[in-house]
Design a protein around this ligand. Structure first.
Ligand code: PLP
Length: 384
């Protein structure tokens, strides 16, 4: 890049952070037991319940999303107990490894990366082998697939299993009705649709999940310790106060927009990204459906390594997008559109992809993709 080095963060996490949020993060550090912080903490915990759509406690940890997920494993698992992980990508596999590390007897309902998990498969599998909990990923960020968590949760409940949902890249972007869908645990992190910097993990925990308490060792991530402390608005350990202050502002922005409006914006962003990609003549890897509103995964055209697309966007335009993960590295690239994104963030990505692919000698349709994206953004979303 030459000239003014403007940078664009367009990965599916971390995501861009609005200036109001950055200003709050940059304010002087306050003491976590002082009146400077306690009202912020109280507001954040209340706003998180609103975003998770739950009356239960939402536990907040100084950790990434994986840490909050580990809190669920550490609090629910007793070694030797049966658990079922639904895995269709990189994050599903991470949870298989984590549950295995805690000594759970793990069964895996495994799909090829890019497939969408089906509630009927889960129903059948739990009929064959019971599980204390079914662990599901709502938005599999590695593939762009958003699963029907409501249907998966219903199948798990029928079988008497608890439901734990990885909503790290989906909470605030697509509907996640914790109480209405009977989700026992919902995990997320600050750096995706919640529009804050990385560093905060959260877990919405139902009474049934608290009661299902396993015997794995834990201390920092002990749910009961954090719940009791939060109820007194007295964090059990020094919280990252600056990040909490930033999250407070970010959640206010999200709730001011309105969750339904945010969900609809994400549907439109997904439509715009897919329309742009298709107009270029490229093949989608993620499903061509409104639910796929978090990240659009695109197959690199024949003869092109997706790493070169990612590098080209970075070096030529200062745009950071994501490569494929694991077995998809070099084969797909991923355009993020979670959180603080509008349609011009999509057209920026699409225009840059067009130029970089043309440079790489790929046979792309020139001059139509940006218009296609803009038109798709304005079309009426059909509510799935
Ligand atoms: N689960 C999903 C679906 C994710 O997208 C991510 C983040 O990339 C994680 C879990 C892990 O979160 P973190 O990187 O915050 O630990």
């Amino acid at each position: 890049m030459s000239g003014v080095a403007k940078r664009y963060l367009m990965t599916p996490g971390p995501t861009p952070v609005p200036p109001e949020v950055l200003a709050a993060v940059g304010a002087p550090v306050v003491h976590h037991r002082s009146p400077d912080f306690v009202p912020i903490y109280e507001r954040v915990l209340a706003r998180l319940r609103e975003v998770c759509r739950t009356d239960s406690d939402v536990l907040l940890f100084g950790s990434s999303g994986t840490g909050a997920f580990e809190s669920a494993v550490a609090n629910l698992v007793t070694p030797g107990e049966p658990h079922l992980v639904v895995s269709a990508g990189s994050f599903g596999e991470r949870w298989v490894s984590m549950l295995t590390a805690y000594g759970a007897d793990v069964d895996v309902l495994r799909y090829a990366w890019g497939e969408t998990p089906e509630a009927d498969d889960l129903r059948t599998r739990l009929g064959e082998r019971e599980a204390k909990a079914a662990w599901v990923v709502q938005s599999e960020t590695s593939t762009g697939v958003v699963a029907d968590v409501r249907a998966l949760a219903a199948a798990a409940k029928e079988a008497g299993s608890l439901v734990v949902v990885d909503a790290v890249s989906s909470l605030g972007a697509v509907p996640c009705e914790t109480d209405a869908w009977g989700l026992d645990v919902v995990i997320s992190g600050s750096q995706k649709a919640l529009m804050a910097p990385p560093g905060l993990g959260l877990a919405a925990v139902s009474e049934a999940a608290f009661a299902a308490n396993g015997s794995s060792p834990r201390f920092y991530f002990d749910w009961e310790r954090t719940r009791q402390a939060q109820q007194k608005l007295d964090a059990p350990f020094t919280p990252p106060v600056s990040l909490v202050a930033g999250l407070d502002v970010a959640l206010e922005l999200l709730l001011d927009e309105g969750l339904e409006a945010a969900f609809e914006r994400h549907v439109r962003l997904g439509r715009a990204a897919r329309a742009g990609v298709k107009a270029l003549g490229l093949e989608l890897f993620s499903p061509d459906e409104d639910r796929s509103a978090v990240v659009t995964a695109v197959r690199a055209p024949a003869g092109v390594d997706s790493s070169d697309v990612v590098r080209g966007l970075r070096d030529r335009f200062g745009i950071t997008i994501a490569n494929g993960q694991g077995e998809l590295k070099g084969k797909i690239f991923r355009l993020g559109h979670i959180g603080w994104f509008d349609v011009f963030d999509i057209t920026t990505q699409i225009a840059a992809v067009e130029l970089v692919l043309a440079d790489l000698g790929a046979d792309v349709e020139r001059g139509v993709a940006v218009t296609a994206a803009l038109e798709a953004f304005s079309s009426e979303p059909s509510r799935a």
